[in-house]
Design a protein around this ligand. Structure first.
Ligand code: HEM
Ligand code: NAG
Length: 498
């Protein structure tokens, strides 16, 4: 989504008929700039390979930071420099909010939920979310729902695929899994999107997907007035958007209203909605709905994107798969768990190598590949780059995972050992400003631990029971939607492991 925001920022000023004066400053590094059109031609030429192009460009820059010149005064900075990232996400957090220019575009769908607000509005929700996500009761809730989803939905779907021998779209399966999972966590509803039985849930998922896709396309609209006019007239994509949002809101509102009516007598005490209802300052039905929708958006296709790339990488690296299986075997041996029994939280904690392998995959294929902030006041970044008030600044997570300056000569190699401490064989994390796949600082992803629970449970369950074979050795084409997805899906053949 941040990428779309980025593209919007580039296109918008171009569309303005008035031609601003652009400084003639084709620097030898960075994005080439031309009079009048700024750095725009490079983007046009490389639009089909946007991320690879930014990797090449930033790695040539002395401090991995470049100015993207736009007609007009408000420039766009792109950085892959850890010191700059630490500065904008942590040290000077207050100076780099999401900002009205971006939040206003998403407001019809997300309202003022945690994902789409700044300041006090954000902080109130963040406090509650941080607290609730640290509780054992929420973790147990997630563990138990993940286990059920694996046993009753995921495994049966894969068994059927193994029987018929047909190619299946693993990315689609993982997306349905993630959607079911986040809906249970958000308001304890089983949408049953994986498997074929949940008609109501599937409608909700489709409407959610459509709304998310169309609203993010607003950023690509040639001029911001174009979508606003379509919205006023209620035509085209804006009309579909309005209908999808209405479907999503109706579904969510009904659950919220029922839950408020049930009050404290409710037997749903564990999901996020109930936890937020019990906080005095956040009990208007609208804000509760916004909160729930923000969580669904954040947890919906992030883990599925991560796992799709992970399974593809694994198909290219059988040695890594072997090591994961060895680790699982030794955990089964030590704890006396039978194959086919889904692992508990204590077991997941022992999976250091699997944790490292997933993290390594997130380094090369981060689900959120670029993220963007506004600049609230004039600032100078640690590497000396000036960022003016009202400019936009994007840090490129995808590029950061591929910088030799951060990861060394073999930065392009998929090597889980990178994350293993040789002295004790345990997983060793990295400073989030070097590895910001989950963001860094006060706005760091609250769902990170939940995401690992879900990802590790799925990988362990799938690999132990099935052999997943992805035909073809080429890197699949990237589809930049809200997250980094695989264009056309991840088609794979599964067989029962003998
Ligand atoms: C591999 C999986 C995931 C990745 C890579 C990831 C990454 C991120 C990133 C980069 C952000 C910052 C986005 C921004 O502010 O522009 C973020 C925020 C957030 N994430 Fe995640 N996420 C993942 C899974 C999840 C899950 C499963 C949940 C929910 C249970 C979740 C909940 C959130 C929330 C609520 C925020 C907003 C936090 C705030 O603004 O204070 N995430 N995540
Ligand atoms: C999720 O798990 C909890 C705890 O086991 C359970 O009470 C709840 O009903 C489950 N939710 C769904 C929708 O299956």
């Amino acid at each position: 989504m941040a990428l779309l925001i980025f593209i919007f920022l580039l296109c918008f000023p171009i569309s303005i008929f008035f031609i601003f004066f652009t400084k003639k400053s084709s620097s030898e590094f960075g994005f080439k700039s031309y009079p009048i059109v700024g750095s725009f031609p490079g983007l046009v030429n490389n639009r089909h390979r946007f991320l690879d192009w930014t990797v090449e460009t930033l790695s040539r820059c002395p401090t991995q930071t470049a100015i993207f010149r736009r007609p007009g005064k408000q420039q766009l900075i792109m950085t892959a420099n850890p010191s700059n990232v630490e500065y904008m996400l942590k040290t000077k957090f207050e100076s780099f909010p999401k900002g009205q220019q971006f939040t206003s575009v998403l407001e019809d769908f997300l309202g003022h939920g945690i994902f789409n607000s700044d300041g006090d509005m954000w902080w109130k929700q963040r406090k509650t979310a941080s607290y609730e996500f640290s509780t054992k009761s929420l973790r147990d809730f997630v563990m138990s729902n993940v286990t059920v989803e694996i046993n009753t939905r995921l495994v049966p779907v894969l068994v059927e695929a193994a029987t018929t021998g047909k190619l299946i779209d693993l990315q689609d399966i993982l997306e349905r899994f993630a959607f079911d999972n986040i809906c249970k966590l958000a308001f304890n509803v089983d949408c049953a999107c994986l498997g074929h039985d949940g008609a109501v849930g599937v409608n909700f998922m489709r409407a959610f997907e459509t709304a998310a896709t169309i609203i993010s396309q607003r950023f690509r609209s040639v001029a911001s007035c174009a979508w606003r006019i379509k919205k006023k007239l209620n035509i085209g994509s804006e009309r579909v958007l309005r209908e999808s949002i209405a479907t999503v809101h109706k579904f969510a509102d009904e659950i919220v209203r029922n839950r408020i009516d049930q009050g404290r007598s409710s037997d749903h005490k564990e999901d996020l909605l109930s936890r937020f209802i019990s906080k005095e300052e956040m009990n208007s039905p609208e804000i509760l709905r916004d909160i729930v929708i923000s969580f669904i958006l954040a947890g919906r296709d992030t883990t599925s994107s991560a796992l799709s790339w992970f399974f593809w990488l694994l198909s290219m690296h059988p040695e890594v798969e072997d090591k994961i299986l060895q680790e699982l075997n030794s955990i089964r041996a030590r704890t006396g768990k039978r194959i086919g029994e889904v692992y508990g939280f204590e077991h997941l904690k022992m999976m250091n190598y699997l944790h490292a392998a997933i993290t390594e995959s997130l380094r090369l294929y981060p689900p959120v590949p670029v993220d963007i902030k506004s600049c609230a006041e004039d600032n100078v970044l640690p590497d000396g780059t000036f960022v003016g008030k009202g400019w936009a600044i994007t840090y490129n997570i995808f590029a950061m995972g591929r910088m030799e300056s951060i990861w060394g000569k073999d930065c392009d190699r998929f090597d889980p050992e990178r994350w293993i401490d040789e002295t004790n064989g345990c997983f060793r994390g990295e400073d989030p400003s070097k590895f910001p796949a989950f963001h860094a600082g006060p706005r760091m992803c609250v769902g990170k631990d939940m995401a690992y629970i879900q990802m590790k449970s799925i990988v362990a369950a799938v690999l132990e029971r099935f052999v997943v074979e992805v035909p073809g050795k080429e890197r699949p084409e990237i589809l930049l939607s809200m997250t980094l997805r695989i264009k056309g899906g991840l088609f794979a053949r599964v067989q029962e492991r003998s």
